[in-house]
Design a protein around this ligand. Structure first.
Ligand code: NAP
Length: 294
């Protein structure tokens, strides 16, 4: 079987690392990114940078999208230069961006109408896992379509968790990120309380690491951010806020309230408005400390 020609759209923190892994795995990868500068490293590796998403779709069998969310997806898929303007029937679209469940459903229906195979495959795991190719891929897809692309997906991740047909991957992703958002605020509040008590927040990490109950890889990943009070983005606060808003509106549409999720949204929005939109989500700690000083 001839290997598929891959078109990769969205070379941000995650996308650039994922596309690099596809190149490393030997795939023929064409890229597109809104900010053209980010395509230069791929051109330097001898890969093509398509002038538009439409041109990329015209020359590829599998199109992968890894952009911010619903609006960014509309921007790359719709309009005269968008992927769907290519009339790419018979191809496959794999969306790996975190979008709302409602948007994912709409996209699945559009792909069905256009005879495009759709795989709803957001990922769990942050920048280091994208770099190492060890992401968890949360798949919403028909079994056969998923099997056909399993090897491709596994060149970006280590595990594929099949949740059901689309939008099950996106729904699982939103549930997992709800947990992650609350683990983050839990960690930030715990460290802020330690500081208010005059305790070294490092003691929290030492205790967690020695505890079979609360030791956790995620806390270890975020330890330096909290202790150094530096927040270089691995998962940007703006994207956490986007995801929490998707969760809240999807829950509310189903008559479910998420009171802790609502509190996370408030703290994330406050942090976003304080100029930290592009910082790591752990910058919420900074907002708590700013509150402490008042
Ligand atoms: P990022 O670094 O902010 O990259 C976002 C990408 O989307 C960039 O390529 C950006 O293009 C593009 N984009 C945004 N708006 C656009 C628009 N209107 N038109 C065209 N392109 C647009 O974000 P990331 O961290 O890579 O995250 C990508 C996706 O993965 C998001 O859905 C995020 O929620 C999800 N995710 C992130 C993590 C993580 O830890 N970072 C983990 C799991 C899932 P420009 O370069 O031109 O701005």
């Amino acid at each position: 079987m001839t290997p598929p020609r891959i078109g990769f759209i969205g070379l941000g923190i995650m996308g650039a690392a994922m596309a690099r892994n596809l190149v490393k795995a030997g795939y023929d990868v064409t890229v597109w990114n809104r900010d053209r500068k980010k395509t230069e490293e791929f051109q330097a590796m001898g890969r093509e940078a398509a002038p538009t998403p439409k041109a990329l779709a015209q020359r590829c069998d599998v199109i992968i999208t890894m952009v911010t969310g619903d609006e960014a997806m509309e921007a790359v898929l719709g309009g005269p230069d968008g992927v769907f303007a290519a009339r790419f029937s018979g191809s496959t679209l794999i969306n790996m961006s975190t979008v709302s469940s409602a948007y994912c459903e709409k996209l699945a229906a559009l792909c069905f109408r256009e005879a495009v195979t759709f795989l709803d495959c957001p990922v769990a795991g942050s920048k280091p896992l994208a770099e190492n190719g060890t992401l968890l891929i949360l798949a919403g897809a028909e079994e056969k379509a998923l099997e056909k692309r399993r090897a491709l997906l596994l060149s970006m991740g280590k595990t594929v968790i099949h949740a059901g047909p689309p939008p099950a991957g996106t729904r699982l992703k939103l549930c997992v990120n709800l947990l992650l958002s609350q683990m983050t605020t839990g960690l930030c509040e715990s460290a802020a309380l330690a500081r208010a008590f005059g305790l070294d927040p490092e003691l929290i990490f030492r205790t967690a690491e020695a505890s079979p109950a609360i030791d956790c890889g995620y806390f270890r990943m975020k330890k330096n951010n909290i202790l150094k009070e530096e927040f270089p983005p691995a998962f940007a606060l703006k994207d956490l806020l986007k995801d929490v808003r998707y969760m809240l509106s999807e829950a509310s549409a189903r008559g479910l309230r998420l009171p802790v999720g609502e509190a996370v949204e408030k703290l994330a929005a406050k942090t976003y408005n304080s100029g930290e939109r592009n910082s790591d989500l752990t910058a919420m700690y900074k907002s708590l400390l700013a509150g402490e000083e008042k």
